[in-house]
Write a protein that binds this ligand. Sequence first.
Ligand code: FAD
Length: 277
Amino acid sequence: MAIQDYFLPKSLEQALDLLTEHGPALLVMAGGTIAMPLINDGISMPEKVMGLRHAGLNTVRRQNGTLVVGATTTLTQLAQQTDIPMLQEAVRHIGGWQIRNMGTVGGNLFAPPPAGDLAVALLALDATVVLASKQRGRRTVPLAEFFTGFMTTALAPDELVAELHIPLPRGKTSYIKYARKHANTPAIVTVAAHVLTEAGKVVDARLALNAVGPHPIRARRAEQLLLGAPLNAETIAGAAKEAAAECEPFTDAIATDWYRRRMTEVFVRRALERIAE
Ligand SMILES: Cc1cc2nc3c(=O)[nH]c(=O)nc-3n(C[C@H](O)[C@H](O)[C@H](O)COP(=O)(O)OP(=O)(O)OC[C@H]3O[C@@H](n4cnc5c(N)ncnc54)[C@H](O)[C@@H]3O)c2cc1C
């Protein structure tokens, strides 16, 4: 069955009205870089599609120490903000320029692994997601709680991702995507880290990993090892080992689970060493 209806709402309210009216039969599409190939290959055969490109969700603004990014902000647009350099770094590692021009910040939250190279940076930055529904209004969910499993999220069927709130980092950040090529390539492992030290001790640490789990994950046990310790070679080595132990890597055409785990240790260590420098 070919697509019968294509809707282009002009606001979030219109988009939520359409979602309520048509229910799960309506495929939501932002940049379409994930959704369109599935349709073209006949894997996904929606009768109704709603494009979000004109819904007014593509704004970036700074508000009380937070970067507020609309869900349909393209990756290229995000790379133009200068408040959080780690986000620019993350975007630079996603696809080629065609994908960055079309792909959106919100869409990256739904990318199947090993994609999710922006989402992992957002996780390390402790971002929250604003979800909107016609019936229940808006609710805010920490990104760490938004991901619930492989291709599953906390998004209810009648909700859309409206925006992301990203606190400006207080500590130092580092981002490394390790892959077979330098550009336009899927991750073997991506590491995003945020560490705040005071008086020579780590007082806040967030370590996020991509491509070594069912979705971008926090390495919580490794973070615990960092807290209260000096960010020296011994602490870093211990945290890197723990991150490798707690991640849940998988085997695909790009790398084996064994290799992904080994590289997690290597690249968590490098990411933390960059912060310690
Ligand atoms: C050649 C190629 C290379 C790629 N390389 C990378 C890479 O290196 N790293 C990486 O992370 N990703 C990569 N991707 C994946 C993808 O392009 C990006 O993750 C992109 O950010 C997805 O955004 P989108 O707007 O195009 O998603 P879409 O295809 O528009 O949306 C995907 C799904 O997300 C949901 N969705 C999107 N927006 C919303 C919203 N606001 N509310 C509710 N649901 C929503 C819908 O269910 C939708 O069907 C690549 C894709 C391709 C085709």
